[in-house]
Write a protein that binds this ligand. Sequence first.
Ligand SMILES: Cc1cc2nc3c(=O)[nH]c(=O)nc-3n(C[C@H](O)[C@H](O)[C@H](O)COP(=O)(O)OP(=O)(O)OC[C@H]3O[C@@H](n4cnc5c(N)ncnc54)[C@H](O)[C@@H]3O)c2cc1C
Length: 228
Amino acid sequence: MKRLGEGFALQLSTSGGLVQTRNVVCATGAAAVPWMPGWAGALTVPGIVQHSNAYQYPAQIPSGSVLIVGGGNSGVQIAEELCGSHDVTLSSRTPRRYRPRERYVATAGTTVSWLSGRRRPEPVFTHSAGVSGAITRAPAVVNAEGAMVTFADGSQMQPTSVILATGYLPGDAWLPHLAPHEQRSRTKTTIPGLFVAGMPGYSRRGADTIDGAWRDALTVARHVTDRP
Ligand SMILES: Cc1cc2nc3c(=O)[nH]c(=O)nc-3n(C[C@H](O)[C@H](O)[C@H](O)COP(=O)(O)OP(=O)(O)OC[C@H]3O[C@@H](n4cnc5c(N)ncnc54)[C@H](O)[C@@H]3O)c2cc1C
């Protein structure tokens, strides 16, 4: 996408050809591209190696041990689901605080404490039973070679399968390089007529949820109708 001259015209290159327009809304998702750590390419386990976006149900994973890399919401929930049928190890990089999933909206809170100014661990939402003894905990994975995985404390394991619950990248790679957006006018960018919805980097915390994307969509609609 590019701006044509200094006027109002924006030009999009699409798979169907060029499109010229006054307004463009980037709504291509905050979690668009599964992110795989570099060491994953060197893994050759007897079972499977897959990103959490390809996980559907326990029978899909060959029997034996499963290393789940990533202690966020996806990793913890997949670990809970697999621990009844597999020998599960959950590797996480940072300390976590676990909260009941039913209280999602009320307990999401802010990342920085207003009292201490310190950054808090991100809350992970789960059924409380899942983080008890049925799941073995391990520190971050730092390397992998063949079937052997090495953790940050120097310990190692040879899992049958590995699930990479390592998150996603936003789908904004097609945007031109943007200067920082104006904080006071969420979803706007420094290019007149170009708006971004559903991505916290261009909006606010929570924009990458269904509720947040809806609010951004409303804000963008107002910006578009208010434009000269
Ligand atoms: C594992 C996971 C669990 C989640 N759980 C929750 C939850 O419990 N509650 C919650 O509120 N939110 C949850 N979310 C977030 C929720 O999915 C998003 O907030 C919501 O889908 C955002 O909607 P969106 O329209 O902004 O983006 P998306 O739903 O990601 O839609 C983006 C669309 O853009 C398309 N696209 C991408 N690139 C291009 C391109 N170049 N050209 C044309 N089209 C393109 C994609 O194909 C896709 O259809 C979860 C997300 C993930 C990944």
